[in-house]
Design a protein around this ligand. Structure first.
Ligand code: PEP
Ligand code: MN
Length: 333
């Protein structure tokens, strides 16, 4: 249920209403916008007399929210959420370019790529140290030393970074990480999501390979209901019967998610296609359809990459693409 308050309601009256609702055993999510305050009621609202609340002098409207996701529901929070990653803002008109290799491989590789993407205009670095791999014989990432190399790259370039956490036991290693990624394969690892809801760090939540938008939002809800509201969603392609691409970029997911939730939505054209030459066009599509940013794989030597070389752009290709993305952003502004 949401309770929309009239404009300019005195703070004291607002607090009295919140305390009264809390006494009914509800959690109240307060969204103070420029023009209105929205109270989101979470819990068993069957005890709330809607007519009584609606009749209060300070209330302008009361509505039931039928969707099972509450904290991430735009009805609870009409204004776009802006997530701040070490000073880089994502959402609410702030577009972020995140780039870097699939996996951190060695110092030279990560520093070379980090410097190149920074020069091309990226505001954040990506790189996996803990890698979920389909085959147990493939490179699983450098693990803790990989995180150290990401920190070194941050120190050298000033770029904050996002990196994947696969297992909650590893969380102590992620203390000095700017943003934690929950990968597609872990989107419904509910224990992991709940624990990430208890920390105070932005989370990049990628859509699962075969998950619906509602399931993605319910996963965001796990994190937010546990207390961490700093969630950014990512459309990274889903499994379909398309036979020539790794996945299918569900581009309509972006405007649909923007309707349903106030959380920022990124597009990952690299995992969506699996093919480097398709990445530029899908990136432009992502920018044109209103995504809040792009996360793109870039490698200084894609042919010898230990992971996802086929979908990785070379630094000069990324620089060219970044220029076109800026042009699309200006065109649609
Ligand atoms: C990645 O970002 O490198 C990755 C493994 O992504 P996804 O979880 O979307 O497959
Ligand atoms: Mn990858």
């Amino acid at each position: 249920m949401i309770v929309v308050l009239k404009h300019g309601v005195p703070q004291e009256k607002k607090e009295q209403l919140i305390a009264w609702l809390q006494n009914l055993g509800l959690r109240i999510h307060v969204s103070d916008g420029e023009f209105q305050t929205v109270l989101g009621l979470i819990g068993d609202t069957s005890q709330v007399d809607m007519d009584l609340v609606a009749s209060l002098e300070i209330v302008s409207a009361v509505k039931r929210v039928s969707e099972p996701f509450k904290c991430c529901n735009r009805k609870f929070h009409p204004e776009d959420m802006v997530v701040d990653v070490a000073g880089v803002k994502i959402g609410g008109g702030n577009f972020v370019m995140i780039a870097g290799p699939c996996s951190v491989e060695n110092e030279d590789q990560i520093l070379t790529v980090a410097k190149a993407v920074k020069a091309a205009g990226a505001q954040m670095l990506r790189g996996g140290a803990f890698k979920p791999r389909t085959s147990p014989y493939d490179f699983p990432g450098l693990k803790a030393p990989g995180l150290e190399l990401l920190k070194l790259a941050r120190k050298e370039t000033g770029l904050p970074f996002v990196t994947e956490i696969m297992n909650i036991q590893d969380l102590p290693l992620f203390e000095d990480v700017d943003m934690l990624q929950v990968g597609a394969r872990n989107m419904q690892n509910f224990d992991l999501l709940r624990e990430l809801g208890k920390i105070n760090k932005p989370i990049l939540l990628k859509r699962g390979l075969a998950n619906t938008l509602k399931e993605l939002l319910m996963s965001a809800e796990y994190i937010m209901a546990s207390g961490n509201e700093q969630v950014v969603l990512c459309e990274r392609g889903i499994r379909t019967f398309s036979d020539y691409t790794r996945n299918t970029l569900d581009i309509s997911a972006v405007p649909m998610l923007h309707e349903l939730t106030h959380l920022p939505v990124l597009v990952d054209p690299s995992h969506s296609t699996g093919i480097a030459r398709l990445v530029p066009s899908m990136s432009l599509a992502g920018a044109a359809c209103g995504a809040d940013g792009l996360i793109i794989e870039v490698h200084n030597d894609p042919i010898h990459a230990l992971c996802d070389g086929a979908q990785s752009l070379r630094p000069e290709e990324y620089a060219e693409l970044a220029r076109k993305v800026r042009a699309v952003r200006e065109a649609i502004a």
